[in-house]
Design a protein around this ligand. Sequence first.
Ligand code: AP5
Length: 222
Amino acid sequence: SQREPFKIVISGAPASGKGTQCELIVQKYGLVHISTGDLLRAEVSSGTEIGNKAKEFMESGSLVPDDIVTAIVLSRISKPDVKVNGWLLDGYPRTSSQAKSLERNNIKPSIYLSLEVPDEVLIERCIGRRLDPVTGKIYHLKFFPPETEEISSRLITRLDDTEEKVKSRLETYKKNAESVLSTYMEILNKVDGNCSKDIVFEAIDSLLLKTLEDSGNQKNAV
Ligand code: AP5
């Protein structure tokens, strides 16, 4: 019988560690990482029509309109590599309308993870965050400083990572979180995201292994 590929949604407030944990999940499970934030930032930096529409919303820390983001997700999730390897959806759905779009298209995760981190920690994580434009790796000046001087000199700061914008992104997250979570009550797993990244990953990994066992899909793990 054919095995269903693994399908995961990871959610959480800004800087709760979604991108960081996704790097680790992909390494182990070989899923296709679909991050709406990353996809939108790529559109903005290549100056596409979508990017030009999304730019001002993103830079001000507000949500990009649902129809734009949903079109990006539906197009990526229907590609052949995703059908074969499964998907890890990061940063979507973020509104109840987005959750409804997934349901309407019969796109159902096997598990829904929500990273829980206190507000004050989120703000410190955002302000110290730096990105490596060459490898895409996520750093933090205090918690995960770059390994070499060369990497350090090319790191960039996201325009929406100022204290003021982080606070407004957090407000938006809180406004929408409950209605999105309520769609996924049956498969919702809250994870304490306020520990070291390896400890957070251990907790996620054991939930994923259990989900695979329950569905008899264990061979999917690499
Ligand atoms: P997006 O890129 O999704 O931003 P976000 O949800 O605000 O999440 P972040 O990327 O800020 O954080 P993260 O949880 O991935 O944390 P990270 O691992 O980097 O979206 C950006 C924008 O795009 C939105 O504002 C919106 O405009 C638009 N957009 C995206 N999706 C959309 C949608 N569905 N609808 C509408 N608009 C949409 O970690 C953060 C920092 O903490 C890093 O420095 C990291 O090194 C550090 N860190 C991570 N884990 C730990 C740990 N355990 N201990 C200590 N430090 C840690």
